[in-house]
Each structure stands twice: as C-alpha cells, then as structure tokens.
Design a binder for this molecule. Sequence first.
Ligand code: FES
Length: 405
Amino acid sequence: MSMNEITPGEMANTAPPSPAFEVAVLLGRGMPLGEQRRTLDEIGVALVNEGLAERSEIAFAELSDPALSVVLLHLRDEGVRSVVVVPVIIPFDRNLKGWIGRWLSRWSAEEAGAMRVVLADPLDGIADQLSPVRAVIERARLGTDVREAIKPLKIKAGASRIPDVSRVALVCLGPRCAQAGAAVIYDQLRRRFGPHKPDDLQENEVLCLTTNCQGPCNFAPLVGIQPDNIWYGNLTPEALEGIADRHLAQGGEPVSPWAFQPGERLKKTDGALVEPDLPLAAAEAGAIRIRQAFVRKAMVEDNALAGFMEITNLGTFDDMLLAIECCFSARIAIHAAGGHDDILAGEGLPLPLAAGSTIRLQPGRLHLMLLDIPDVPDPGSTVDLVLTFRHAGSMPMTCHVHAPS
Ligand code: FES
C-alpha cells in the first residue's frame, strides 16, 4: 500500500461529523415589505454545509413573517429534537440581541417540551458573510453605466393626494408584537379593508399601516386606531373580527375588553381578565409549578366557580394531575371550552402532564369547574384547593375569587 492510500479505519476518522442540530433557524430582523429571505437562505445553506445542522429554516424577530414563535412551534409539533437559533442582526442592535435571549429562554421553558433550543452568537457584521459580499462586488464590476438604461418615472395620481380615509390602523410589528402574532392581525386587516396603496383607497376606508415598537409591549399584539386615540391590545384574530365590524367599518364604539385609552394600564394577564388589586396564586411541589391561579363565578352555571391557572412540568419525567379537592364543592371537573356540554370524559381527570410541558386552564378554553356550590363566595374572598399529582404529590393553594369579567 502506498503512503497516500487511506485505510478504511482512516476513512472513518476523516468522515464529516454528524450535524450538531436537526434544524438551524436563521433569525433576521425583517422589514415591513422587505425581501430578506434570499440572504438568510444563503447563510442557512452555508451553515448546513459546514455541518451545523441537517437543514435550515428562516424566521424574523420583527416586521416580517413568519415570526420566530411560529417557526419554533411548527418544529416542536413536527417532533424536531434539537434546534439552534442563529440571529442575523444587521444593522446591529444591542437591545434586540438581549431581548432575543430573554424571550427565547422564556419561550423554551414554557413551550419547547422535549425540543432542545440553543441560541448561537449573532452574525452581526459583514465579516461573517464575506462570500456574498464578494459576489456582489464581482457582479458590480461587470455592470454597465446606469445612464445607459434611463427609464421614465411613473407618476401615480395617489402619490400627490392625501388619502381621504376615516381611520388609520397602526399595526405594531415590533419584536414583542411580532412574536405574539401581529403579522396575522395585519394580514387580516388588509384582507378586510383591501390593499393600502394610495391609488386604491376609497373614501371612508381604513388605511392599514405597520410600525416599529410603539412602546407598551405588554399589550402585544397592539394596534393603534387614529384619529379615535384608541389602542387595541392583546388582540386575537377572533377579537379583531368583532372590532372590524363594530368599530372600524361602522364607526361604532370601541370594543371592550380589548380597547385602551391613552394613559390606561394593563389589566390583562395571559389571556385572563383579572382585577389588578387581587393577587394570583402560585405554588410548587417537586417538578410541578403552578402560577397565575384564580377563580371566579362561572358564566354558564349557577352555583359554580371557574378556575384558571398555568401548570408547568419542569421535570424530565411525565406526571399526571390525579385529583382536585375543595372543601365546599361536591364535584370538580375540567371542561374543554366555555360551554356546559364540554365536560371531558371522566370529568377531565387524570390530566397527563408531559415532561417539559405547560397546560393553561384559561377562559374560553380548557378550565376548571367547581360545581354544586351551595353558596358561591363573593369576589375578594378566597378558596382553598388541593391538587394531587402522581409524582409531585399534593399541592395546597389558596386562590382569590375575582370579579366576573
Ligand atoms: S413590540 Fe409592539 S409595542 Fe413594543
């Protein structure tokens, strides 16, 4: 055998290492109407070729679609086990870099389940991406003088006329709003009120525009309506339907509970309207953590309280909620939705709680029902509950009774 021949053993040693992650998510900054996809695609291909991941996906921190939250949820539901998020922050923004880290760690704790998520150092300058820059320089060298291809300017009538609209909807596409689904809200508004090019606007239409962060990020996703001086916060597509019908199209009153006036403070927490001066209960036992817990009089049942909370299994083993006890309720069930007929089989118990998962009991969705209460306690009083888990054991907690929404 000559000196240059390679033995099978050596071949095994020189084979490229298997990719470190299943998916690399290239996280760009985004632009309202921008096309950042190709650059991110090219960087993604380079990272895959370097062996960082088996494949790459694209997401945006702000302004563009899809949001990082949407892409990560999709990957989790697909069963992907490991993801590396590679921020591409150009131009560099220290605040955005810090925010991505904080948001991603919180998202992972609450939503990632069994999927491992790693945050890479950001690509924040052209030094990291010299090959596409070199390609642009090469193409420019071969280009022709722009004076050889002068084209007439197109003058559109709408560009010289202030649009005659009744309202302007300012949809925030800043980082927090983008992750909370603002792109879906913007798309829904545009489909409802038509394209917003000045030439296409009719009288009394709503002009839909996008903005960067407007400041009150805890209201995400946020839409400002001018000249009414109203902000809609914590919007959902379902809520927007009613707002578009009753307020925006017909010029009616702002729609509660999503409408906020200047100076107003947030009263909303994780989808549940709560009285700001009544605390939300929290408890922990073993790997199980409960927070944001409260009860209030049920909407569709007399003699009943509805209960809401967020239950997280921080451990690496599955657990199960076996039983819930309350001294003055003869029957406790978990309902699937708002209606009386939505009691789950076996009244919803036992309730499996996979390792790393969070279950939210919230208004209009999965929630607790304390039934057959002879004398429903008033708002401001408290209710003692004991939740028993298979592995974490019993967890007593005292919940405040909040006012009905
Ligand atoms: S990101 Fe929308 S208000 Fe800050």
